[in-house]
Write a protein that binds this ligand. Structure first.
Ligand code: AMP
Length: 207
C-alpha cells in the first residue's frame, strides 16, 4: 500500500499531431503539479511528452525524465527536468520508468507508447509489479485499443481481472482519482488471477 506520489506518463513524441491532442497533455501535466504528484516520463522535449512536462513544471510540479544518450539528441532531451537520468539502453529506460512510478497514465502515442503500455501491462499480469494503469482515451484515439483488449478478454485470451488494474476513461481527473485510490489499496501482484492459462484444474468452457 502506498500513496500516489509519482505517475509515469507514456505518450507521443511526434511533432506532427493535431494540436487538439496537446490540450490534454498540458492538462495532465498541470493536474499532476496541482496534486503534488511527480511526473516521471521519457525526458523528451517533443510532442505530447514535451507539452506535459513543460506544463507540469510551469504549474510548479516536479518532473523527472529518463532518456537514453541517443535520444537526448533525437527527442531533444528536456533540460528543464528537475532530474534528467541519462541511460544507455531503452531497456534500462523502461525499467526505471516502471520502477519510479506509483501508477501509470497513458496518453495518445505511437509505437513507443504502445510498447511501454504493453510491457507495463504484461509486467502487471505476470506479477513483476502491482501498480495501476490508466489510459486517457482522448478524442477517441484509444477506442481501438480498448476494444482489442475487451475482445481478447471475451475470447478468453486474457482474463477479466485485467479490467481491475487497467482503466480507460475520457476524463483526466477521474482517472487520476482512480490511480490514487488503487495505489492506496492493499494489492498484491497475484499473477494467478491474471495469467491467461487460468487456475490449475480449470476445464475449458463448453461451447
Ligand atoms: P512514440 O509513442 O513512438 O512517440 O514514443 C514515445 C516514447 O517511447 C518516446 O520517448 C520513445 O523514445 C519511447 N520509445 C520508443 N521505443 C522504445 C523502446 N523500445 N523502449 C523504450 N522506449 C521507447
Amino acid at each position: 500500500m502506498t500513496s500516489l506520489r509519482s505517475v509515469t506518463l507514456y505518450c507521443s513524441s511526434s511533432r506532427s499531431l493535431d494540436p487538439h491532442f496537446a490540450v490534454a497533455a498540458r492538462a495532465a501535466g498541470e493536474l499532476l503539479a496541482r496534486r503534488g504528484i511527480t511526473l516521471v516520463y521519457g525526458g523528451g522535449g517533443l510532442g505530447l511528452m514535451g507539452e506535459a512536462a513543460r506544463a507540469c513544471k510551469a504549474a510548479g510540479g516536479r518532473v523527472e525524465g529518463i532518456i537514453t544518450r541517443k535520444f537526448l539528441d533525437l527527442e531533444q532531451g528536456w533540460l528543464g527536468c528537475d532530474e534528467l537520468v541519462v541511460v544507455d539502453t531503452m531497456r534500462e529506460r523502461k525499467r526505471i520508468l516502471i520502477e519510479r512510478a506509483d501508477g501509470f497514465l497513458v496518453l495518445p502515442g505511437g509505437m513507443g507508447t504502445f510498447e511501454e503500455f504493453f510491457e507495463t501491462l504484461v509486467g502487471r499480469q505476470i506479477g513483476d509489479h502491482a501498480k495501476p494503469m490508466a489510459v486517457l482515451d482522448d478524442h477517441g484515439y484509444y477506442l481501438p485499443l480498448h476494444s482489442l483488449i475487451e475482445h481478447s478478454i471475451r475470447e478468453r485470451f486474457a482474463r477479466e481481472a485485467l479490467r481491475e488494474v487497467l482503466r480507460f476513461g475520457t476524463e483526466l481527473e477521474p482517472l487520476v482519482d482512480w490511480l490514487a485510490a488503487e495505489a492506496a489499496a492493499p494489492v498484491t501482484a497475484d499473477p494467478e488471477r491474471f495469467l491467461p492459462m487460468g487456475p490449475k484444474n480449470s476445464s475449458p468452457p463448453a461451447h
